[in-house]
Design a protein. Structure first.
Ligand code: FAD
Lengths: 249, 394
């Protein structure tokens, strides 16, 4: 069972993100980075499949800057066998990244190609489906459970208001959702072993995408809380506000 | 909100990527696995035994010992960072790991035969076997050289008799490293270490009751009454009081780091509380001069302790550190953590005495840490000896 897992280095989910002065990028200073949470489910799934099969290779792939090496080594520490850094400056556009990944993946043999369902920095949710299209592969996104038997995959995916079960032949693409598994901690031995595993680096030139970033803006400040009164007397005014201002009634 | 650490001087920048990876992993593990259960264990006076196998699987025990014995083979800075993060959670958990690694695995590694190493270290590394370290006795704490426990050779067996007190992990242990005199009772050079399986006839352990500190830790009294062990259980390369003291140097090194973790937890809690607690004129107490200087003192002391521990770790990795330097770090850092915990507890007002907040738990725990592994006073005397060349112990 050979798997390729595409991962991304993103700001830690608890980091307070600040917008850089040009309004077009996130200020990276003092920001703690981590592997995208959903990618951890994807990676865990690949490692488990390999462990269950007793053979195979797990390759992790990322498009990013030099600092993404740390994230790749984190993946190697969890149990991936080899890593590839496609070095490029990435932005908010999914397409250039999808093209670079597809180019790299095209000549590699694999059974499963895994992604997180989305990266928590730009929440684009585009790259897995784009890579599927570029490589002409079946893809199941937002996957919460996966069964594989004799070259055929059955994936249960979350859809609005319920679940959908899809079947497809391998090789194929799975984009992982929380719930697919419980990602392991990288063990200390894993962290030590990661140093000795292959990490290949190549410079890539990204194609032009179709998106132009106009402006980044933070969420609006939370308004000051207001006290409308006390007890039953406050109810009419509360109902009026909920109806006319908040428009939830 | 998960724990973000305290790093005012970019000490992180002095760590390698691997050291940071180790620290981050343990930090996350403590946050997800220990923090949700520690209060329950603390208030019911029980050690979180269910965490023992996972800590073993991840490699927390004896992590600075070589891979060939099933250990992680980390450097000493990474090892220290593990202790820091464990004690950020609770001193009891760090004590467990310290004893297992520095006081049980280390002596088997340093003074054991190859056969003893191969037999015990892998089992202790995974946590399949739990160890304890029996040095202190009811009448010999700061002065362990005066111990009364004896080991007498009888054919190809040793017969051990004596009582050990304040033994961490004592009741849960599968194996004890027991220090005993093999010669004259006045002769501390005759002290040797023995591997004693705790299911041997004549070995018994009893929980130390009535503790008000380190409540999520097993502290026990051991009694050895005609306990027979084969000659193969003697640690062949142990000899004299300096052997157990070498173990203590290892453990004290880890404690110097661990204390920083406890202090960071208290500082973080105090800062967050001060920013949220509003008294007088609608201002948070963090806006007052008293609380600001209180926090400033804590942060300053934590930062100094971090640099002390890190340089000590670098010296240890270079193989040039000495036990006097370890004494300075243990003494300074634990005292600093005690002060931080107390000040944090005070800053928190009434809430500071509740178990929902961490500071008083750390404050109570750290009183044990202040006393064990050489009291604060004794480390002062060790430093005094190093400075003047004049021993003042007696
Ligand atoms: C929770 C806990 C866990 C422990 N775990 C272990 C363990 O796993 N294994 C183990 O072997 N031991 C363990 N200990 C024992 C610990 O190391 C001793 O308690 C410590 O060495 C102090 O000894 P003591 O309690 O007998 O105090 P004492 O030595 O009686 O000291 C009493 C006071 O006198 C001071 N004092 C002593 N000598 C001098 C001097 N010469 N000059 C000036 N002041 C002096 C001390 O600083 C202290 O303030 C543990 C202790 C505790 C509390």
């Amino acid at each position: 069972m050979n798997s390729i897992v595409c991962i991304k280095r993103v700001p830690d989910s608890e980091t307070r993100v600040r917008i850089a002065s040009d309004g077009l990028a996130v200020d990276r200073s003092g920001v703690k980075f981590d592997m995208n949470e959903y990618d951890k489910y994807a990676l865990e799934e690949a490692i488990r499949r390999k462990e269950e099969a007793g053979e195979g290779l797990v390759t992790v792939l990322t498009v990013g800057g030099d600092d993404a090496r740390e994230t790749l080594r984190q993946a190697l520490a969890m149990g991936a066998d080899e890593a590839v850094l496609l070095r490029a400056e990435t932005g908010f556009d999914g397409l250039p990244v999808a093209v670079a990944l597809a180019e790299e993946i095209r000549d590699r043999p694999f059974d499963l190609l895994l992604f997180g369902k989305q990266a928590i920095d730009d929440d684009g949710m585009q790259v897995p489906a784009m890579v599927a299209e570029l490589l002409g592969l079946p893809a199941a996104t937002v996957v919460v459970s996966l069964e594989i038997e004799a070259g055929r995959a059955v994936a249960r995916r979350e859809v609005e208001g319920g679940h959908e079960t899809v079947e497809f032949d391998l090789p194929g693409i799975v984009a992982a959702q929380k719930g697919l598994n419980e990602p392991r901690y990288p063990s200390l031995k894993g962290i030590m072993a990661a140093k000795k595993k292959p990490l290949e680096e190549k410079d890539v030139t990204l194609v032009e995408g179709g998106l132009e970033l106009l402006e980044l803006s933070g969420p609006p400040d939370r308004p000051e809380p207001q006290i409308l009164g006390e007890g039953a007397e406050a109810v009419p005014e509360l109902v009026r506000r909920l109806r006319e201002e908040v428009k939830v009634l | 909100m998960s724990f973000a650490g305290v790093d005012f001087y970019d000490v992180d920048g002095l760590l390698s990527e691997e050291e940071r990876a180790v620290r981050d992993m343990v930090r996350e593990w403590v946050e997800s696995e220990l923090m949700p259960v520690i209060n329950e264990h603390y208030t019911t006076h029980s050690f979180p035994k269910q965490l023992i196998p996972q800590m073993g699987e991840l490699g927390f025990y004896g992590a600075n010992l070589p891979e060939e014995y099933g250990c992680a083979g980390l450097n000493n800075v990474a090892y220290g960072l593990i202790m820091q993060e464990l004690e950020r959670g609770d001193s009891g958990l760090r004590s467990f790991a310290s004893v297992q690694g520095a006081l049980v695995m280390y002596p088997i590694f340093a003074f054991g035969s190859e056969e003893q190493r191969k037999r015990w270290l892998p089992l202790l590394a995974t946590g399949e076997k739990i160890g304890c370290f029996g040095l202190t006795e009811p009448d010999f704490g700061s002065n362990p050289g005066g111990m009364l426990t004896r080991a007498v050779k009888d054919g190809d067996e040793w017969v051990l008799n004596g009582a050990k007190m304040w033994i961490t992990n004592g009741s849960m242990a599968d194996v004890a490293v027991i220090w005993a005199k093999t010669g004259d009772i006045d002769d501390s050079r005759s002290i040797r270490g023995f591997i004693v399986e705790t299911d041997r006839d004549g070995f018994s352990a009893k929980d130390q009751e009535g503790k008000l500190s380190l409540l999520a830790s097993d502290t026990s009294e051991l009694v050895l009454q005609d306990v027979r062990v084969p000659d193969a259980n003697l640690l062949p390369k142990s000899g004299g009081l300096k052997s157990p003291l070498m173990c203590l140097t290892q453990a004290r090194y880890g404690i110097a780091w661990g204390a920083i973790g406890a202090a960071m937890a208290c500082f973080t809690e105090a800062r967050d509380y001060a920013l949220n607690r509003v008294q007088f004129a609608g201002k948070p107490i963090a806006a007052t001069q008293i609380q600001q200087t209180r926090l400033a003192d804590m942060l300053t002391e934590i930062t100094k302790a971090q640099l002390l521990a890190l340089q000590l770790g670098r010296l240890k990795d270079a193989g040039t550190f000495n036990s006097d330097q370890v004494s300075m770090a243990k003494r300074n850092n634990v005292d600093m953590a005690c002060e931080c915990a107390r000040e944090a507890r005070r800053l928190l007002g009434g809430n500071g005495i509740l178990v929902e907040y961490q500071s008083m738990r750390h404050m109570a725990n750290l009183e044990s840490v202040y006393t064990y592994e050489g009291t604060h006073d004794i480390h002062g005397l060790i430093l005094g000896h190093a400075i003047t060349g004049l021993p003042a112990y007696e």
